[in-house]
Design a protein around this ligand. Structure first.
Ligand SMILES: NC(=O)c1ccc[n+]([C@@H]2O[C@H](COP(=O)([O-])OP(=O)(O)OC[C@H]3O[C@@H](n4cnc5c(N)ncnc54)[C@H](O)[C@@H]3O)[C@@H](O)[C@H]2O)c1
Ligand SMILES: CC(C)=CCC/C(C)=C/C=C/C(C)=C/C=C/C(C)=C/C=C/C=C(C)/C=C/C=C(C)/C=C/C=C(\C)CCC=C(C)C
Length: 514
């Protein structure tokens, strides 16, 4: 009689805790999954442990009444077809899976104070012309600033992107691309604001550059590393913003498919509560169920705060982590409003992504800047016929949502949602009357479902730092323990954490002698 191969859930229950894996990855965010797939490809035995029911973390999804909502990001970089910085395309291709993507013709439609309205077109020249039309006296400065961003991008986009902690790789890329490497060395300690001020003096235009940075880095240009600005401000015109058909959740689903094809394993509902150590070395993990697994290397895709304050006792926090926490703090979380609306709510020619701000003074304030994403304009299959998804989110700190009784919490959610809807009417005049489904997420929701301390979006500099120089790479002060994801170099963003995954797998594979 032929035996059928075990299903994923059967396989996970067959996992023996006596097995020693080459690597255990705690968490299946995009950072964790890129590490796991790359390691499995290199022949490592890999186990991914995910506390939730599905993979993806912040890049996950949830379904309600015929709508498929993205949990977080829906403006996706890294899906281009050329160059070396298209790391999501590369991560999927590496494990022989692919994903159809839909090009977005406009990255962001900005609705800013004093009726400043403008669109960042996929075509670079069209974007520059639109911006120059708003600030004609700064035509030269605008071009010089954004052209300098391209110089950063061009340095990155010629080289293989792997671990900067691997001296032989560094020597190789330096030999292959000496000018690009020297270019990056020059930009690594710089921030976008300093370069913008070299070319631009109009204070409103400088505020525009601030919000151009803020809407993905959650800090103004002065504190945004130039390397990251170079990536974002150029890749949106090079590879472009592309939406994965079927929703952002597909990226993680496909990576898991690739992982399993390469012999790697993933277990869901597997919350790691402790990183096990022996003689100061990480040797395994313990789950909430009490089960333990062992590996030669442990990789945490949880945030650094969760890794070094919860999975390892805070009393054992290495000095390097204390130093990092003095330089970086948790960014705010988000208040998210997931709406299903009737199609007539959207005016003709509405774009997919919007930023709305009424007062420059409130750009960084809680519930100041509003982010809007309407993915159904690119992929209508995410909603029932005649309906759209409007995902609106705005920065919010956990403190505003703590110490409330259940009824106070519910009332505060309803009031915050009503206020957001009222502000959104500048974009969608009949919004309130068109709502078909509504779900509100708070920083508490993000903390609970994503397992991120205080629901944070990621680390932000406490003060102005020297570009990316202060961001840690993948190795940690605990032997055998690595970190991957947005609290490692180069920070937030799916393409950024994909880079961190490639780099982490490279470093771990080298350490394992693979
Ligand atoms: N609105 C947005 O656009 C938005 C919002 C939030 C995050 N993001 C982006 O999402 C990306 C985050 O990616 P990432 O890879 O760093 O992390 P992630 O937070 O997406 O994934 C971490 C994963 O680890 C799991 N996990 C955490 N602790 C665990 C534990 N103890 N045991 C088992 N599993 C555990 C989580 O459930 C999650 O699936 C960043 O790029 C960020 O910028 C975007
Ligand atoms: C040899 C010698 C001597 C030297 C060498 C040097 C070198 C080599 C260096 C290197 C470096 C590197 C590699 C670097 C890298 C970097 C990278 C990759 C980066 C990346 C980045 C990216 C990013 C930042 C991205 C981001 C994004 C994001 C965050 C997004 C977000 C979004 C959102 C939030 C949404 C919004 C909106 C609406 C809705 C409207």
């Amino acid at each position: 009689m032929a035996l059928s191969s075990p299903s994923a859930s059967e396989r996970s229950s067959l996992l023996s805790s006596a097995t020693e894996f080459d690597a255990i990855v705690v968490g299946s965010g995009i950072g964790g999954l890129v590490t796991a797939t790359q390691l499995a490809l290199k022949g490592a035995s890999v186990l991914v442990l995910e506390r939730y029911l599905i993979p993806g973390g912040s890049a996950g999804y949830f379904e309600r009444e015929g709508y498929r909502f993205d949990v977080g990001a829906s403006m996706i970089f890294g899906f281009g077809q050329q160059g070396t910085t298209n790391l999501l395309t590369r991560a999927l291709q590496a494990v022989n899976v692919s994903l159809e993507t839909i090009p977005d013709p406009v990255q962001i439609h900005y609705h800013l104070p004093d009726d400043l309205e403008l669109k960042v077109h996929r075509n670079y020249e069209n974007f520059l012309q639109e911006l120059i039309a708003c600030f004609p006296h700064e035509a030269v400065g605008i071009r010089r600033f954004y052209d300098e961003c391209w110089r950063v991008f061009k340095c990155l986009n010629v080289m293989e992107l792997l671990s900067l902690e691997e001296p032989r790789y560094l020597a190789r890329v330096f030999f292959q691309h000496p000018f690009a490497c020297l270019g990056l060395v020059k930009y690594l300690p710089q921030n976008a604001g300093d370069i913008a001020r070299r070319y631009i003096s109009d204070p409103v235009l400088l505020q525009f550059i601030d919000i151009e940075c803020y809407c993905w880095s959650v800090v103004p240009a002065d504190r945004t590393p130039m390397i990251n600005a170079g990536m974002v401000f150029s890749d949106r015109h090079y590879g472009g913003i592309n939406y994965p058909k079927g929703g952002v959740g597909q990226i993680a689903q496909k990576l898991v498919e690739g992982l399993e094809k390469c012999g790697g394993q993933i277990q869901y509902k597997a919350r790691v509560t402790k990183i096990l150590q022996k003689n100061g070395r990480a040797i395994g993990v313990e789950l909430a169920s009490g089960k333990s697994y062992y590996a030669k290397r442990i990789i945490s895709n949880a945030t650094r705060w969760d890794t070094f304050e919860k999975l390892i006792p805070p009393t054992q926090m290495p000095a390097a982590e204390h130093r990092w926490q003095r330089r970086y703090q948790k960014s705010p979380s988000f208040l998210s409003l997931h709406l299903g609306v009737k199609a007539e709510a959207l005016p003709l020619r509405t774009e997919c992504h919007h930023i709305l701000l009424e007062d420059w003074e409130r750009m960084e304030a809680a519930e100041g800047t509003i982010f809007v994403s309407i993915p159904t304009l690119l992929d209508p299959s995410l909603a029932p016929p005649g309906r759209h998804i409007i995902h609106t989110f705005t920065p919010s700190w956990i403190e505003a949502w703590q110490h409330l009784s259940p009824s106070e919490y519910k009332a505060r959610k309803a009031a915050a949602a009503a206020h957001l809807m009222q502000r959104l009417e500048r974009l969608f005049p009949n919004l309130a009357a068109s709502v078909d489904y509504q779900e509100i997420g708070t920083p508490r929701t993000h903390r609970r479902f994503l397992g991120r301390d205080d629901g944070t979006y990621g680390p932000i500099p406490r003060r102005k730092l020297a570009g990316l120089l202060g961001m840690p790479f993948n190795r940690t002060a605990v032997s055998g323990l690595y970190c991957v994801g947005d609290s490692t170099f180069p920070g937030q963003g799916l393409n950024a954490v994909a880079f961190s995954g490639f780099a982490c797998a490279h470093r771990v594979a080298t350490d394992l002698g693979l």
